[in-house]
Design a protein around this ligand. Structure first.
Ligand code: CO
Ligand code: ZN
Length: 327
């Protein structure tokens, strides 16, 4: 879990992913993989083989905000980097790359059910524009502050979306046994702003099969929307989300592998949000793609919650998929 903590503590809003990229490169090189970085900043780790070309993907970026304007009194207006729930933003802390912490406030009376982003601002405690601009300039981005915590099977942190996916791939890469497959592990950028890094990486690789590893919603909290995924009940094998209809051969193969290896699994249909699987599937002439997801509560908040049991199930399922003789 030390590695997961380190991955979540690094800040990487979309397009500014260096901090996480450095950790991933260091780990992948330590594990003896051939590592390169593409033009969009995605890290691609390769272990060659004579079998099918498989691509596993997890995104390294996280949601955040970007400073867009500072007023005369030193209050900073901002844009969204990825999908923000504006009604949950008030009084949250954000952290800029230089360590400056700000608090999100809202214009008086503007904080109704769903405040518009334009009515919110960031307060870094500066007394005027000049003082504010010494710390934060237009174009600087920030992420939510949310400390890593673990106890028993429970993990809570910011950016589990999708550092937990990066962690799963790195663990699988480390524990992998013999495999004849030609294996590519992609740590992609800019997922949260439109599944971008995975698309160009997939174009470079053009795999026979691709599997995106990311978080998914659950249907197990009070009065939440119905969904057949629960925390602690295993790896979620994706069937569909708003970006993708998973390849049926990938879905059935993952189910078969889970059953054969006694890995607990569930079936995921996520009605809100997409994943890199969607962008990869539509690359070039098309790629047969699927997904393995970590059931996660409170996605896109500073306190995302997952279970170690599910994380371990996902690691086992990725390893099984790496070693499988894909037809
Ligand atoms: Co996300
Ligand atoms: Zn994600």
């Amino acid at each position: 879990m030390k590695l997961l903590k380190r991955l979540t503590e690094a800040d990487a809003p979309s397009g500014r992913e260096n901090a996480v990229r450095d950790i991933i490169k260091e780990e992948a090189e330590r594990l003896g993989y051939e590592v390169c970085t593409d033009a969009l900043g995605s890290v691609i780790a390769h272990r060659s083989g004579s079998g099918k070309k498989l691509m596993f993907d997890a995104h390294i970026d996280e949601i955040g905000i970007i400073a867009s304007y500072t007023d005369d009194n030193g209050f900073i207006r901002f844009g969204a980097v990825g999908g923000l729930y504006t009604k949950e933003l008030q009084h949250r802390r954000v952290r800029f790359e230089n360590g400056t912490i700000g608090v999100i406030g809202s214009e008086e009376k503007a904080f109704d059910e769903k405040p518009e982003l334009s009515k919110l601002y960031i307060d870094i405690g500066a007394k005027n524009k000049a003082a504010a601009e010494k710390l934060v300039k237009t174009g600087d981005s920030a992420v939510f502050d949310g400390e890593f915590y673990q106890k028993g099977d429970t993990v809570i942190s910011k950016a589990l979306d999708d550092r937990v996916g990066c962690y799963i791939l790195l663990k699988a890469m480390e524990e992998l046994e013999e495999s004849e497959n030609d294996l590519y592990f992609v740590f992609s950028t800019q997922e949260e702003v439109g599944l971008r890094g995975a698309r160009t990486a997939a174009f470079n690789i053009m795999p026979d099969y691709a599997i995106a590893v990311d978080v998914t919603d659950t249907g197990d909290t009070p009065s939440c929307p119905v969904m057949d995924v629960r925390l602690g009940e295993g790896a979620a094998i994706k069937i569909m989300d708003r970006s993708v209809m998973c390849d049926s051969h990938v879905v059935s193969s993952l189910r078969k592998l889970a059953a054969a290896n006694k890995i607990p699994y569930q079936s995921e249909i996520m009605t809100d949000g997409g994943t890199d699987a969607g962008a990869i599937a539509l690359t070039g002439g098309g790629v047969r793609a699927g997904g393995i997801s970590v059931p996660t509560r409170y996605i896109h908040s500073p306190a995302e919650m997952a279970s170690k049991k599910d994380i371990n199930a996902c690691i086992e399922l990725v390893k099984a998929a790496c070693a499988y003789s894909w037809q």
